[in-house]
Structures are given as C-alpha cells and as structure tokens.
Design a protein around this ligand. Structure first.
Ligand code: B12
Ligand code: SF4
Length: 540
C-alpha cells in the first residue's frame, strides 16, 4: 500500500503535518509523520524512509522554519544518495516564498507545494498514483522545460471543510494534565514588515487575510481531544486569537465560551496570543473567566517609537503599557518578546526597550534581532537598500550605525546562552511560570501564594539582571572602552553566575511544587530529570 512520509519538526504536535495527514487519510492514503527536531533524528528519519518494507510514494518536507531549511535539504540530498527514487516535495512558509531558488539549486526536490496545501498534496498524491500529470495542479511549483513552472495558487481551503488534524502519539503533560495545540483561525489582520504571515495571506488576496473556524467546531474538537487523549490545556496557535474590533472580538470570545458551556467542557485551560491592541478589559474578562486563559503571549516586539514604525506594528508605546497594566490588574500571566535590534535601531531605541522590560519585569520575556525571512516586506526593503549579505537560505545585515552594530555584537556575545538554544534560561523560566499557573488553575489546594510570588521574583531577577548588563554594555559603548573581548568575558562570567543561581532556585521550586501536587511532573526539570524538548517547546 502506497504511503506518504511527512517530515517536519515536532517540537509540539506539528499541526502543519497533522492537518495534511488528516486530509490524506480522508482521501484513503496512509501517512507517517517523522519528527526531525535535532541532528540526531537525521539517521533515524533516513532509515525510516529507506528501510521501510515499501519506500514511501512521496516524501513531504515541512520547510516552515527558514533556519531549519539546510537540515531538511541535507535530508533530501541524503535520500537521493542512498537511492530513494520517489517524489520529494516541500511546503510551508519558507518553501512557498523561496520555491524558485530551491528548485533551481536542489535537483533532489521534484516540486514545491505552495501555501495551505491540504488539497494540493492530496491531488499530487492521487496524480502520482494514477501516473497522471501533476505540474498544473493548483499550488504546485516544479521544474519545466523553460525553467520553473508555477501553477496558479489554490483557493485557501474553507476551514469548516478540513478534517481535524490527526492526533497520534502521546501528548505533552504537566502534572498529568495533557497539553496540545489547536488553531481556531488561520491568518492575521495585521501587516508587520518582518513577518511572513501577512505576506503569505496577501498572496491569496482578494481572499480573506484571516479566516475563523466556527466556535462550535473548535469546541467540538477540544471536547474530542479531552475524550480521546485527556487534554486539559489547549494551546491556541492562532497567529492572533482576536479580531481587530473589540466589539467583534468580545462577541467571538462569548460565542466560544457559550459553545464550551453547551458542550459541557469543564476544568480546562487555554493559552493564547494577542497583539497589544487586542488587550481590552471586556474581551479579556471573558477570556480569563469563561475561557480560562492561563497564559497570554502579548506581541510587544518593541516599545521604541522608531521600532514601532520600522516593524509597522500599527500601535503606540502607550498600547504596550496599557496591555501590561491590564494583564497585571487581572492577575493574568503574560510573556512577551522584544525585537530589540532591527535595521534602524539606535541606542536610544534600546534604552526605551530596557525601560519597558524594567516596568514589566515580573513577566518572562526574551529579546533578539529581527531576522530577514523570505517573503517579508522588510527583506524586500533591505535588498532594495543593498544592505543584505548572505543568500536566500540565511540573510544577514549590519545595523544602521557602527555604535549600535558594536553594541548588538557585544550583547549577543554575552546573551547567547541565556536567550537562545534549547536550554536557554530565558525560555526555560517560562516553563516554571507555566507550572505555577497549572497548579493555581488545577490544584488550588496545592497553590501557595508565597511560592507563586517566589516564581515571579525569579523572573524579575533574571529580567533586571539582563537590563543591568545591557545598560552597562551601553555605558561602555558610549564611553571610551576599547577592549570588547574583555568586556564580553567579564559580563558573560557574571551572567552565567546569576543564571546558575536562578536555575538552582527554579529546580527547588519545581521540586516543592511536585511535592505539593503529588501527581505527574512539572515542565521544569526536577532532580536529574530534564524536561523533554517537547515539554520545553510547549512552555515557550
Ligand atoms: C506553532 C508554531 C511554533 C511552535 C512549533 C510547532 C512545531 N512545528 O512543532 C513553536 C512555539 C515551538 C515555534 C517556535 C518557533 N517559531 Co514558530 N510558529 C508556529 C505557528 C504560530 C503555527 C504553526 C502551525 O501549526 N500552523 C497551522 C498550520 C495548519 O498551518 P501551516 O503551518 O501554515 O501549514 C500549512 C502550510 O504551511 C503547508 N505546509 C506546511 N508544511 C508542509 C509540508 C509539506 C510537505 C507540504 C506539502 C505543505 C506544508 O500546508 C499546511 C497545511 O495547510 C507559525 C505561524 C503560522 N501561522 O503557521 C509560527 C512560525 C512557523 N514560527 C516562526 C518562527 C520564526 C519560530 C521561531 C524561530 C521563533 C523563535 N525566534 O524562537 C521558533 C523556532 C523553533 C525551532 N526550534 O525550530 C515563523 C517562521 C518564519 C520562517 N519563515 O522561518 C512563523 C511563520 C511565525 C511568523 N509569524 O513568522 N513555532
Ligand atoms: S501581528 Fe503577529 S502574526 Fe500578525 S503580522 Fe504581526 S507579527 Fe505577524
């Protein structure tokens, strides 16, 4: 029986592949999802394909994350080297925008499936099974006699017609409460310059920039996830859970909450994402009280006036502050990221962002530089300005002026271990805060306000330590320090000491929580047990 291998990151249940698998299943075609998260998965994935009793008819590579593209392309090369002769296609955000480059440079790929590809992939597989032509199937990109052949784009699927994503495998758990991702919409109403989502949905205009699922359908899926897999915590991966009008957003939240009540779903929690302008008292009251939101990621991205313009955030600093204040007044746990460095950043912009971090220090955050992703207006602008180096697989750029470029390099050299990588404390600490929220929501008898505050204090300590180091580095850049290596060494040494102390306090706290709850394990590492990559990803 012909089968399809779907290869992608499964940091969490990968909904891209799981939606595709569901459509294939509906069409009667079996598929297997092969997780490719780390270098160590390379061999096993290759083996699963080449040593299968029957090789798959098609291998589908998920190229959503641009930074992982080299790994997946290396897999395609290896598959051909060991003689795999089936069809290799790729899809996802990066593949969609960089398809022509990829087909030119990687003969191992037969095709690219652009955009939301449920129907495209099913049609491709059916054509391959029938030995029929496939290059004109809507959404396909392939090599033709005269270069790359680009078929028309498909209409984005009606969300109500899509089968729910397949839910195989064991879900992540926190204190024995199942956690799983879900989406209630596709697309986003905003248009940030650095983000490929807006560009993605613009490709399909005059279609809708975002599409919503019916509340009853979303809640029926949640109920099935609860029934079949014991899921209590629903992580909504909608780019934006809200609608750009508070009245309509409120109506949507109420409709979802009514559907939850009608379905009889109780004792659950949700995790969502919002733009600062979405954070509105009436909307968030329903979100917290009736949809039991225990964590909201607020896309602050920048608090600097310059950054808000460069990134086209359509908002003002005051909105960021109001969002944080409202969350605080509602005792809602939030986290955020700051794109502290962008192509126009100045030292003054950084100062504004440091003030923001200080004012919201009890909430976990991370910071970094804006990357130039394929398809984004920011990449187009930087190319027009002749400021990009590298190639389509990974563009790089210098910041606007030498002082900020030097400052950025110093900051990254000091903060690399704290901010990036799997064990980065700035990410892991979010898991600890998540543990505390799970206890507060599901185990009120084990909830200890003092322990809860201790968790907040650890976040605050890390945030204020980051601000202290960043301010110190700024003083050096503005002063007369010349020995950058010595600067980095000193600050990195101090930073690692603080990180070790916080990690150890987190471990203690997780141990106490585990004892108090008496069931399951937290996301934070306890004793020798280190959280799995899956759990860490969920905690982000
Ligand atoms: C969930 C999610 C995550 C999860 C991981 C989920 C997983 N796969 O395990 C977490 C939270 C861990 C995560 C982390 C990161 N993420 Co993320 N994430 C998302 C998010 C919000 C939803 C993805 C999703 O499930 N969508 C729902 C499905 C149904 O839609 P879809 O993914 O578009 O899939 C369809 C098509 O793309 C296509 N398709 C996709 N794959 C394939 C494969 C084949 C073979 C075919 C034919 C078609 C196809 O068909 C699918 C069905 O229609 C997306 C934004 C988005 N809207 O997609 C960002 C997004 C993918 N993430 C992004 C980024 C940048 C990151 C981080 C780098 C952030 C950071 N700085 O740390 C990290 C990297 C993680 C890592 N270590 O690799 C960017 C990627 C940009 C880029 N081009 O590289 C996105 C697009 C967000 C954005 N606004 O720009 N992320
Ligand atoms: S609000 Fe978020 S998802 Fe929407 S365009 Fe901006 S960065 Fe992208």
């Amino acid at each position: 029986m012909a089968w399809i291998a779907l290869v992608g990151p499964e940091l969490e249940e990968n909904l891209s592949l799981r939606y595709l698998a569901a459509s294939l299943r509906e069409a009667g075609v079996p598929s297997r999802i092969l997780a490719f998260n780390h270098d160590s998965d390379f061999g096993p994935v290759l083996q699963a394909i080449t040593e299968a009793e029957e090789p798959p008819l098609l291998v589908g590579l998920s190229l959503a994350f641009q930074w992982r593209a080299p790994d997946f392309l290396a897999l395609a090369v290896a598959l051909r080297e060991v003689g795999y002769a089936g069809h290799i296609t790729a899809g996802g955000h990066f593949a969609t925008f960089a398809g022509e480059d990829l087909l030119r440079d990687f003969p191992q790929l037969d095709s690219i499936c652009r955009q939301e590809a449920e129907r495209t992939l099913v049609s491709l597989v059916q054509a391959l099974l029938a030995g029929a032509a496939w290059s004109d199937i809507p959404g396909m990109m392939s090599r033709g006699a005269e270069g790359v052949h680009v078929a028309a784009l498909p209409e984005p699927p009606e969300l109500k017609d899509l089968p729910w994503p397949v839910r195989t495998g064991e879900p992540a758990r926190c204190f024995d409460h199942g956690i799983a991702p879900i989406v209630s919409s596709r697309g986003c109403y905003a248009n940030c310059t650095f983000c490929c989502i807006a560009a993605w949905h613009e490709q399909t205009l005059p279609g809708k920039r975002y599409r919503l699922r019916e509340p009853a359908d979303v809640v029926a899926e949640m109920a099935a996830m609860r029934r079949e897999r014991g899921i209590d915590i629903f992580v909504f991966h909608d780019d934006n859970f809200f609608i750009p009008n508070h009245g309509k957003s409120l109506a949507r939240m109420e409709a979802l909450a009514d559907a939850v009540e009608a379905e009889g779903l109780r004792d659950f929690a949700t995790v969502v994402k919002a733009r600062p302008n979405d954070v509105h008292p009436a909307v968030f009251k329903v979100l917290v009280e009736r949809l039991h939101c225990i964590r909201c990621y607020i896309g602050i991205e920048t608090d600097a006036d310059q950054g808000l313009v460069t990134l086209r955030r359509w908002g003002q600093s005051s909105q960021n502050h109001r969002a944080i204040e409202l969350a605080r007044s509602m005792d809602l746990f939030v986290c955020f990221n700051l794109l502290m460095f962008d192509p126009d950043t100045t030292l003054r912009s950084v100062r504004k962002n440091l003030d923001f971090i200080e004012g919201a220090a009890e909430f976990p955050f991370n910071f970094g530089r804006v990357e130039l992703y394929a398809g984004t207006p920011l990449l187009t602008r930087m190319q027009a300005e002749g400021r990009c180096t590298g190639d389509y697989l990974q563009w790089d750029y210098p910041l606007r002026a030498p002082d900020i470029q030097r400052y950025y390099q110093l900051a990254m050299a000091v903060f690399e271990p704290r901010n990036f990588g799997e064990d980065a404390l700035a990410n892991i600490i979010q898991g600890m805060r998540f543990d505390l929220e799970i206890v507060r929501r599901f185990h009120p008898a084990a909830h200890d306000p003092q322990l809860y505050r201790a968790g907040q204090e650890l976040s605050r300590r890390l945030a204020l330590d980051s601000v202290r180091i960043l301010r110190d580095l700024m003083a050096q850049v503005e002063g007369d320090a010349t020995d950058d290596a010595a600067l980095v060494e000193r600050h990195a040494r101090d930073a690692r000491v603080v990180e070790r102390q916080i990690r150890s306090a987190m471990q203690d706290l997780a141990g106490q929580l585990q004892q108090r709850v008496g069931q399951g394990v937290p996301l934070t590492f306890v004793g020798d047990r280190v959280a799995t990559p899956l759990q860490r990803a969920v905690a982000r």
